[in-house]
Write a protein that binds this ligand. Structure first.
Ligand code: NAD
Length: 263
């Protein structure tokens, strides 16, 4: 399917690996020009080079630590200088630390709120006016199924991402008439480095082997397996596409049926 977004411009956060990288690749395969950001600028530049070689599109990689407001401002400025703005913004932060929610101290709540939530508001604040002016935009936010079904050991994620969900929904009302869509994507268990960390935490917590933990994780997923990054990225690219222009304010789980809710 041609998503009819060739030559659009995208800014993808948390893109050096995993879901963010997968989305950048899927967009580039549609001819979208991309800027990849993460804390490691060299890694992002190397990934951008690979993407450019495979897809033939213009791709750039720069450093942007989402815990640093000045770095977010610089990334936005880079996107404006390089592409003149962006049409597709993929708000993807790193995941927070695992552990008991009762043990999270106030400073950690504060810094995670800054990194996982305020960073998204800040970056979107930079990119949204241009989208509204041009009457075309796609804003995607990567959250977690923990938003609808809290996950043990992931209390920070469960808590903070709910605010992203309601922010996104509220924003979607305000910008729909400017042809800007805002949608949330909820990964269940997707095979990335983050999932490997999740396995390790559970090995330490339960004393079980990693094989046992892998099997347990897969066994509660109706599909019987974790998802592939490409399966996740395909929906992200679709939502960025021309045909998805009437889809906004949604929160879609990509989880092989893991969450037990009907709506
Ligand atoms: P990942 O850890 O494999 O990749 C995260 C990316 O974000 C990397 O590029 C990393 O460098 C970058 N990053 C981390 N901290 C950053 C910071 N402070 N500033 C800028 N970039 C930063 O994770 P993933 O599996 O690709 O997950 C992406 C998001 O989806 C994460 O927020 C994760 O918590 C969430 N999620 C993932 C799963 C899953 O099963 N993989 C499930 C639920 C939620």
């Amino acid at each position: 399917m041609d998503l009819e977004i060739a030559d659009k411009r995208a800014l993808v956060m948390g893109a050096s690996r995993g879901i963010g990288r997968g989305i950048a690749e899927a967009l580039a395969a549609e001819g979208v020009r991309v800027i990849l950001c993460s804390r490691d600028g060299d890694k992002c530049a190397a990934v951008a080079q690979e993407i450019s070689e495979v897809s033939g599109v213009e791709a750039h990689g720069i450093a942007c630590d989402l815990s640093d407001p000045a770095a977010i401002d610089s990334a936005a400025e880079y996107a404006r200088d390089t592409f003149g703005g962006v049409d597709i913004l993929v708000n993807n932060t790193g995941g927070p630390p695992f552990g008991d929610i009762s043990k999270v101290d106030i400073e950690t709540w504060r810094s995670q709120f800054e990194t996982m939530v305020l960073s998204v508001f800040r970056l979107t604040g930079h990119m949204l006016p241009g989208m509204r002016e041009r009457q075309w935009g796609r804003i995607l936010i990567i959250a977690s199924t923990g938003v609808v079904e809290p996950i043990p050991e992931l209390g920070i994620s469960n808590t903070l991402r709910v605010s992203l969900a309601n922010w996104a929904k509220t924003l979607s009302f305000e910008v729909a008439s400017d042809n800007v869509t805002v949608n949330l994507l909820l990964p269940g268990r997707i095979g990335t480095e983050r999932l490997e960390q999740f396995y390790k935490v559970n090995v330490e917590r339960t004393g079980k082997s990693i094989e046992e933990i892998r099997a347990e994780v897969a066994s509660v997923i109706p599909m019987g397996r974790v998802g592939r990054v490409e399966e996740f990225a395909a929906l992200a690219a679709f939502l960025a596409g021309q045909n998805a222009g009437y889809i906004t304010g949604t929160a879609t789980a990509i989880d092989g049926g893991l969450t037990r809710r009907s709506l």
